[in-house]
Design a protein around this ligand. Structure first.
Ligand code: URP
Ligand code: ZN
Ligand code: ZN
Length: 488
C-alpha cells in the first residue's frame, strides 16, 4: 500500500489494547495498523518512546459565549488552537438561541463563528430555551444533522431556563426521534433562595468568593439530577447529565442505570482535581464556575464512577474569562462571570492525575476522552478510536515528560489558569487531525479555518449499543428499554 503518512514506533492505544505498532494513513484516514509498516515515500512521524492515542473529543465547550454580562474570551481561533495543543481534535459547543431566534437561526449563528477560524473539527448541541416556540423545530434540526439538544434547569436571568414541562416534553421527543437531551442540573428555586439569604454586605465582606460554594450545597445538584432522571425514566427519553460535580449525583446515576434508565453522565477535569478550598485564596473568585468545584470526597467518588462506569465522559465546560472580566465581581459573588479555561489542559490533567495517579489505565483514559464521547454524541466510528477506516485524528504524548502550566506560553486568551504552576505530563507533542499535523513539537502549526463541521445521524445509548459497536462498549452499561410514558 502506498501511504501518505506513517506514524512509526509508538505504543498505539487501540480499542482493544495498547500495542507497539505503526499506523498507515492515506489522505485523511487510517488504512493500516501493523507491527511494522514500510513507509516507502510517505511522510514519517516518529512516535518512538511515546503513546499514540485517539484525538480527544471535548464535547462540552463554550467559545465566544455571551454570558454573565460579558462574552467568554476564547473564540474559535484561540479556543481551537488551545484544544489542539492539548490533543483535542473535535469539540462540541452549544448553539444558544438569542431572544426570538429559532433553533435553526441559532445553529447558523454558531456555524458562522466557527467557519474560517476553527483549527479542529466541531459541531453543536442545540439549546432549547423556549419550549413552546422551539418544540416543533426539533425534528427539523435532526434532519440538518444535529442529534443532541440541551436544556438548562437554571439561568432564568439569561433567558435560558427550562421547567419540568419543557424537560418532560423534550424527553418525549428524544424518545420518538432517537436523539438525546443534555441537561444542566441544578435546583433553581432553592438555589435562588439560598443566594437571596446570603446576599448581604456583611456576609459578602466576611466570606467573599466562598459564598459561591456556601450557597450551592451538594443537594442543589442532587435534587435536580434526581428530577431529570425521573423524567427520563417515565418518558424513556435519553438523558445525559452534563458537568456532574457531586458524589450524590454519581450515586443517583449509578442507581438509575442499574434499573435501566437511559441516562449517562459526564464530569469535567476541574471536578476531579480541584476542591472548594480554592475560594479561600486571595484570587478565589477566578475559580467560580457553575456548578462550582466541590469537596475532595466528591472528586474521589467521581474518579470511582469513571472506573466503575457510571461516569462515561470527561469534558472541560471551557468558558474562559480573563482576570479583567472576572474583576467585574467587585466583591459580590453573584456578579462573577462563571467559567474557566480548560481545553488545553484536559488531556494533561487526566493523564497525570488519572493514569500516572493510578486511577485509570491508558485504555480507560482513551475511552473517557475519545471513544465514549464519540459514541454517545453520534460521531463514532469516524471519530473516537484508532482503527482502520477512522479519521486519522491522533495525539502523541510522552509517558512521563512534564511541562509546567504557564498562561504566558499557552494558546488560550486567558491570562491565568486554574492549574498555573502545575507540572503536567500528557501535553501533545504532536496532534494530527484528519491526517494533517496541526501540532508539532508542542507548538501549533495547523492552518486556521481547516476544521470541518461534523453532521450526525444518531446520539446516545441507542447508538452506543447498536450491535456493530457493542463489541467495544467497554465500560458503558447495556441498557434495557424503559417502559414508555403511559404504557401499561
Ligand atoms: O461556569 C460555567 N460552567 N459556565 C458555562 C455555562 C454552563 O453552565 O455550562
Ligand atoms: Zn452548565
Ligand atoms: Zn457548559
Amino acid at each position: 500500500m502506498s501511504f501518505t503518512r506513517v506514524v512509526k514506533g509508538g505504543t498505539v492505544v487501540t480499542p482493544e489494547r495498547a500495542v507497539r505498532a505503526d499506523i498507515g494513513i492515506i489522505g485523511e484516514r487510517i488504512v493500516a495498523i501493523e507491527p511494522e509498516l514500510d513507509a516507502g515515500g510517505a511522510e514519517v512521524t516518529d512516535a518512538t518512546g511515546h503513546f499514540v492515542i485517539p484525538g480527544v473529543l471535548d464535547v462540552h465547550v463554550h467559545l465566544e459565549l455571551p454570558f454573565c454580562g460579558t462574552v467568554s474570551a476564547d473564540d474559535y481561533r484561540s479556543g481551537t488552537r488551545a484544544g489542539a495543543r492539548g490533543g483535542v481534535t473535535t469539540l462540541i459547543d452549544f448553539a444558544i438561541p438569542y431572544a426570538g431566534e429559532s433553533l435553526s437561526e441559532a445553529a447558523d449563528n454558531w456555524l458562522k463563528r466557527a467557519e474560517g477560524k476553527s483549527l479542529i473539527d466541531y459541531t453543536f448541541h442545540i439549546c432549547i430555551t423556549r419550549w413552546d416556540e422551539h418544540k416543533d423545530q426539533i425534528a427539523g434540526m435532526v434532519e440538518r444533522g444535529f442529534t443532541t439538544f440541551k436544556e438548562f434547569m437554571i439561568y432564568e436571568s439569561e433567558g435560558w431556563q427550562s421547567d419540568d414541562r419543557a424537560m418532560f416534553g423534550t424527553l418525549e421527543k428524544m424518545r420518538e426521534l432517537g436523539t438525546m437531551l443534555l441537561v444542566h442540573a441544578e435546583s433553581s428555586r432553592v438555589l435562588d433562595e439560598l443566594i437571596a439569604r446570603h446576599h448581604t454586605p456583611e456576609l459578602m465582606r466576611q466570606y467573599g468568593a466562598r459564598l459561591h460554594a456556601l450557597t450551592r450545597p451538594n443537594f442543589i445538584e442532587a435534587e435536580a439530577i434526581q428530577r431529570a432522571v425521573f423524567w427520563s425514566e417515565v418518558t424513556g427519553g435519553q438523558l445525559y447529565i452534563v458537568h456532574m460535580s457531586t458524589a450524590e449525583g454519581t450515586d443517583i446515576i449509578r442507581a438509575a442505570q442499574a434499573r435501566g434508565v437511559p441516562v449517562l453522565a459526564e464530569t469535567c477535569a476541574q471536578y476531579l482535581v480541584l476542591d472548594d478550598s480554592v475560594f479561600g485564596r486571595p484570587d478565589g473568585h477566578l475559580y467560580a464556575c457553575c456548578p462550582q468545584v466541590k469537596k475532595p470526597a466528591d472528586s474521589e467518588r467521581l474518579w470511582r464512577g469513571l472506573k466503575d462506569g457510571e461516569v462515561s465522559v470527561i469534558s472541560t465546560d471551557t468558558c474562559t474569562f480573563t482576570r479583567e472580566q472576572k474583576a467585574m465581581w467587585q466583591g459580590d459573588w453573584t456578579r462573577i462571570p462563571m467559567g474557566m479555561p480548560g481545553l488545553e489542559t484536559l488531556l494533561p490533567l487526566t493523564y497525570t492525575h488519572g493514569v500516572l495517579g493510578g486511577r485509570l489505565t491508558i485504555e480507560e483514559l482513551c475511552r473517557k476522552l475519545s471513544t465514549n464521547p464519540a459514541r454517545i454524541m453520534g460521531l463514532y466510528p469516524r471519530k473516537g478510536a484508532i482503527q482502520v477506516g477512522a479519521d486519522a485524528d491522533l495525539a502523541i504524548i510522552h509517558p512521563t515528560a512534564t511541562r509546567v502550566v504557564d498562561p504566558q506560553t499557552m494558546e488560550t486568551n486567558a491570562d491565568w489558569s486554574p492549574f498555573q504552576g502545575w507540572a503536567l505530563a500528557g501535553f501533545a507533542r504532536t496532534t494530527m487531525s484528519r491526517g494533517e499535523v496541526i501540532v508539532d513539537d508542542y507548538g501549533v502549526v495547523g492552518r486556521e479555518g481547516r476544521g470541518q463541521w461534523l453532521p450526525r445521524r444518531s446520539a446516545g445509548i441507542a447508538a452506543e449499543t447498536a450491535p456493530e459497536s457493542r463489541q467495544h462498549a467497554g465500560d458503558l452499561r447495556t441498557q434495557r428499554s424503559p417502559v414508555a410514558a403511559g404504557a401499561a
